[in-house]
Design a protein. Structure first.
Length: 427
């Protein structure tokens, strides 16, 4: 998640977000994580359907295309150089060094980065700041501190591929346009310039606690997220690269809390966070693959073994989102006045035979955020398989301030799950 995201600024009107990109919570009941939610996904996870005999499968059924993260033409980091920074006495120093060393030579990093023109990581030795970290910092103070350490020689001068990864201890709170560390985000990346005017990328990695994972797992999971985004969208303020989801799928920005860089797109996906690669003995996040999404495979790579399945709502309308002084954005959705109802198709598909039908459910975003339901959603069937077409009847229950409400369609079978996001406009 970037600290001042590109399309986040334009889509903030949908989500109420500040226009910054970092690890954010997806619901009030789940801990945040930039790279991912603490349980690896923020969407609905239907209970697994009972196994049945193998379902006849003659090929992937028709369905709407999956989202793509748009390349706006900015440069990526072709050979990222990671300079980790810790403070004196950090008990995680050795693990941070080992994690980055393993990441640099892993097949995992190749799998998540190569299609975007990003090469292997070069991990530099950990730089240790022989001082006590401040207990409270703003993002501007973080930038000033990094620039001062470059000038002093603690950190090497940026070379156009450098990411300064600053690992703060548990006693430090960082505030940014995103909010407060460990409350609103688990980490973020941004860009700045040194005292000599050289541009550089940096990642802020606070020490966050939650009841589901160790602090170290949170650090490595979030670090993988920020390094991938810092490499594929390093200069998002001045020259964005893989910065945001395509306009037809703008509603996915609501589901991800306003952030739709490559790691953000998988942050809400069940099972994408705290993934254990075979050649990295630390938890990391699976990342969005445009290539896999275009082929309608699991878009979060490396993908687990087994068939990928999903249920995609067919959004028949083009709706206009008013962005105020920034103009407007046209995207796919379904237009339904408050108090009326409309039925749309939901296309079920899988990229290989499944063991049987999977469970399908629909939930509105307000319900998931522990707010009064904004949409009444009724499916005509609770299970289905590749090639089935379910029907979802939607009735807006109240008028939203911006006239928009998102909903999820989730699928689950034998411990695996997936989701799709839809948009209702009542204007």
């Amino acid at each position: 998640m970037s600290a001042r995201g590109f399309v986040v600024v334009t889509l903030g009107v949908l989500t109420g977000c500040s226009g910054s990109s970092a690890s954010t919570t997806n619901s009030a009941t789940e801990p945040p994580a930039d790279a991912a939610n603490a349980d690896g996904g923020g969407g609905p996870t239907p209970e697994a359907a009972s196994p049945e005999t193998s379902t006849p499968w003659t090929g992937q059924a028709k369905h709407p295309p999956m989202p793509q993260v748009v390349d706006y033409g900015g440069k990526v980091l072709s050979s990222p150089t990671i300079q980790p920074v810790v403070f004196a006495g950090d008990a995680m120093q050795n693990d941070i060094a080992a994690f980055l060393s393993d990441l640099a030579k892993s097949t995992y990093w190749t799998a998540v980065s190569h299609e975007y023109g990003v090469g292997a990581i070069r991990a530099l030795p950990v730089a240790v700041a022989n001082e006590v970290a401040a207990t409270s910092l703003t993002d501007a103070q973080v930038q000033a501190w990094i620039s001062a350490k470059i000038t002093s020689g603690l950190l090497p001068a940026p070379d156009g591929n450098t990411i300064y990864a600053v690992f703060y201890p548990s006693g430090t709170t960082v505030t940014s346009p995103l909010g407060t560390s460990c409350t609103n985000f688990y980490g973020y990346h941004d860009q700045s310039t040194s005292a000599s005017g050289a541009a550089y990328v940096y990642a802020v990695l606070p020490r966050c606690h939650d009841s589901l994972h160790t602090d170290l797992a949170n650090v490595t999971n979030t670090t993988s997220h920020e390094l991938l985004e810092g490499s594929t969208n390093p200069w998002f303020t001045t020259s964005p690269a893989y910065a945001s989801v395509d306009p037809d799928h703008a509603v996915w920005a609501i589901a991800t809390g306003g952030q739709t860089e490559l790691a953000d797109m998988c942050a809400l996906m069940p099972g994408a966070g705290y993934f254990q690669p075979s050649d990295v003995p630390y938890p990391v996040q699976r990342m969005w693959s445009n290539a896999a999404a275009a082929a309608s495979h699991d878009p979060c790579v490396p993908a687990p073994t087994g068939p990928y399945f999903n249920a995609a709502p067919v959004l028949p309308d083009m709706v206009t989102i008013d962005l105020g002084s920034m103009g407007s954005l046209t995207t796919q959705g379904v237009r339904i006045p408050v108090g009326q109802s409309r039925t749309i198709e939901v296309d079920l598909y899988s990229d290989a035979p499944t063991t049987g039908a999977w469970n399908v459910e629909a939930l509105d975003l307000a319900t998931l955020a522990n707010k009064p339901a904004a949409l009444d959603l009724k499916l005509d069937a609770a299970t289905g398989k590749n090639g089935d077409v379910l029907h979802l009847t939607i009735k807006p229950l109240q008028s939203e301030p911006n006239g928009l409400e998102a909903f999820y369609v989730g699928s689950g079978l034998q411990g695996r799950s997936s989701l799709w996001v839809g948009l209702v406009s009542n204007q």
